[in-house]
Design a protein around this ligand. Structure first.
Ligand SMILES: [Ca+2]
Ligand SMILES: [Ca+2]
Length: 177
């Protein structure tokens, strides 16, 4: 995305030199409301763009594969605010795969896509517990109440729904005079 924006800016810069136009570029995160552009099948929730799969259930690896096919990643919850936004958007309770796992080091749960540690305030009570020494993948449990929503480590073979998170799009606009 940035390389495309860079090329456009370079092109307009040349145009500016040749024709003596004055051009001011503006680059911003996300898609402004005025642009009327959709990110289908992703929807904007809070500050991010997500695809919530409710109709089919797959194991963690199948969920990862499905998100990659959409050019996205399994959801990564950086903050409690992000969890809150998803919980408020989702009007029904449900279970969803996230990108969390402890594949590399048992008990050291990280977001698979960023390798960042999972914040301790996102877990459900008494989780992660690695029950039967067989829970390596991180499930998001969304309940009707935020207080009952959170993360749980479960077996990666469980078939469940999933949430994909798209990289934040960048919008470039130009004023020419
Ligand atoms: Ca995120
Ligand atoms: Ca568990």
């Amino acid at each position: 995305m940035f390389s495309v924006v860079g090329k456009v800016v370079a092109f307009l810069g040349i145009l500016c030199l040749v024709k003596a136009y004055s051009i001011s570029p503006f680059i911003e995160d996300g898609i402004p409301e005025r642009a009327n552009i959709t990110m289908d099948p992703f929807v904007k929730i809070g500050g991010g763009y997500y695809y919530i799969e409710n109709s089919k259930t797959v194991n963690w690896y199948g969920a990862y594969h499905s998100c990659r096919k959409l050019g996205s990643e399994l959801v990564t919850l950086e903050t409690l605010v992000e969890l809150e936004a998803l919980q408020e958007y989702n009007l029904t309770s449900g279970f969803y795969w996230t990108s969390g796992s402890d594949f590399a080091f048992t008990g050291n749960h990280v977001w698979f896509t960023t390798a960042e540690a999972i914040s301790s305030d996102l877990w459900l009570p008494n989780e992660p517990n690695n029950a039967d020494c067989n829970e390596r993948c991180v499930l998001l449990s969304i309940a009707l109440a935020l207080a009952d929503s959170g993360l749980n480590d479960v077996p990666c073979s469980r078939n469940t729904s999933f949430i994909c998170e798209s990289p934040t799009p960048v919008t470039a606009s130009f004023v020419i005079w």
